[in-house]
Design a protein around this ligand. Sequence first.
Ligand SMILES: [Zn+2]
Ligand SMILES: [Zn+2]
Ligand SMILES: [Zn+2]
Length: 338
Amino acid sequence: MNDLKLRILYVEDNPDDQLILKRSLKEKMPINFDLITVDTGTKGLNKIEKENFDLLILDYRLPDITGIELVKELKKRNIKTPIILLTGKGSENVAVDAMKLGVRDYIVKEGIAPKRLINSIKDILMTSSLPETVDLETAKAIATLFAENPIIQIESTSTLMSNPKSEIPVEQLVSALRNLAEIDIVEEEPSRSIIACPDCGSLTATLYLECPECESTQMNKEEALEHFDCGNIDFRTKFDKDEGRLVCPKCGKKLKIIGVDYRKIENWYRCSNKHFFGQPTFKFVCSTCNGRFPLEDIRIDMLHNYKLTKSGSQMLKLGMKATELTEQSRDKKSSQKT
Ligand SMILES: [Zn+2]
Ligand SMILES: [Zn+2]
Ligand SMILES: [Zn+2]
């Protein structure tokens, strides 16, 4: 069983309304919750100051103060618990005031649909557990990854990728994970250094080779032989004659003893313009901005693995529950259709 319990405070003086809301939540909420009810604004305020709640549901019409006045009092005390305001029909001006004060949702009480209420709670839970820099879709994708894997690794070969893979673009994933690390939802561990493009910072640089003389990027690499007598260096295949005999293609003499009249060179390159060289120039191309740069100019960045922190796990549980709620209401809709 899930140990996570949602604490909701409902400020409502009408016993019938108290009962209706309690019943709606009981029927439709798949998350464990405590619903605490008080019947005046003052009692509500006292309780909110003393205890922690995940959500406040306030009736607009209370015996002592209005719901809006209560919201203002909370604002004065810098209490940021998400609020849903309930009100009677035809109070559009109240709705506008409420939204201006940062109330998260506004629901008309008459014929309150449990589904509407649950959806509202779901959205509020999801967004209030997130930093502003991470949007809901990204958070859901990250929650899905962490639900099945304890660690997300970021890797880069020619393209950046995550292990496990995500349905959202990896750049988006990385920037979201970095934001989440800043606020302690995930912790990041350095995994390895990586080459970053000096122009755009992208981590998708690919190594390529150039001829040091003409910058041709087309070359062969083979074993080569150097004939001391005439100074000719060429690929071994050019010296190979029938029956394993070696003959210099430049001077036509037979090669005799290795180390005496010729030597072996392990790595020899020849470019498409027929330049020979022992080592090509290392260059990088950025697959994001297409910039090209030599080894000396590279920037070094760090790849990380990401793990959920304790508070991150808590957030994830809320997030997953919220996703469950979405899927349940979606399932219901599609089963009603068929
Ligand atoms: Zn060349
Ligand atoms: Zn020769
Ligand atoms: Zn670049």
